[in-house]
Design a protein around this ligand. Structure first.
Ligand code: NI
Length: 226
């Protein structure tokens, strides 16, 4: 499921983040991928150990905690601390599938990447190119969102970032291990959750709502892995 979550960061947060990233020292993005990824990846990243990455990553995590839509869509069990990248001067990332298992920092074990997330930090008109292109069974989807907006998509999908031919594209990116591994099951739960919320707002029959809520939790109980 490809889902757009608007307004994860507000204008002030985006402006502060962009200012801090403007003065940051970046490293070659190829340092964090395997040999195959390195052949197609042309961008810059904040080093994982950088105090700025840690600080800005915490801001992103705090903003996500206040987003019910993010939780409903991804059902997070673990989140990899957010990273930051920059594409400019023709920088791009060719078609690839994200690594399946990643190490959490400080000996925190591992994370299976179920959901990939990109948080846009520049306005779309500030740069040319830089679309995230996600390929699935329905074709290719081009994503280029306003600053502060997030896109979540299955980590199993083939995707790429188109070359940035003018300006620069700053973004935060991270992965979620979901309580529910299967994308189709996660989507069913999300749609059921959305329906329950809408019916609750529409003052629907309480007994029927209670039953639907029970179905939601019992499906989650069947599918959740912790
Ligand atoms: Ni990727």
């Amino acid at each position: 499921m490809l889902l757009h979550i608007p307004g994860v960061l507000n204008r002030e947060q985006v402006a502060r983040m962009r200012e801090a990233l403007g003065a940051a020292s970046w490293t070659d993005g190829r340092e964090t991928v395997g040999a195959q990824g390195a052949q197609v990846k042309r961008n810059q990243q904040l080093p994982d150990a950088s105090p700025l990455r840690r600080q800005l990553g915490e801001t992103v995590l705090a903003a996500l905690a206040a987003q019910p839509l993010f939780h409903a869509a991804t059902l997070p069990l673990r989140i990899l601390p957010p990273r930051f990248n920059r594409y400019a001067d023709g920088g791009q990332y060719g078609f690839h599938v994200d690594g399946a298992v990643m190490a959490l920092p400080d000996g925190g074990g591992q994370l299976r990447s179920d959901v990939s997330c990109t948080l846009f930090l520049d306005e779309p008109e500030a740069y040319d190119g830089g679309e995230l292109i996600v390929s699935d069974t329905y074709g290719e989807h081009e994503v280029k969102l306003p600053a502060g907006d997030l896109i979540v998509y299955p980590s199993s999908s083939l995707h790429r970032v188109a070359p940035v031919t003018r300006g620069a594209r700053l973004a935060s990116f991270f992965w979620v291990q979901s309580l529910v591994r299967d994308d189709a099951n996660r989507r069913l739960l999300f749609e059921l959750d959305t329906s329950i919320q809408a019916l609750t707002g529409a003052d629907a029959d309480r007994a029927a709502l209670l039953q639907l809520t029970g179905i939601y939790h019992n499906l989650l109980r069947q599918w959740a892995e912790t």
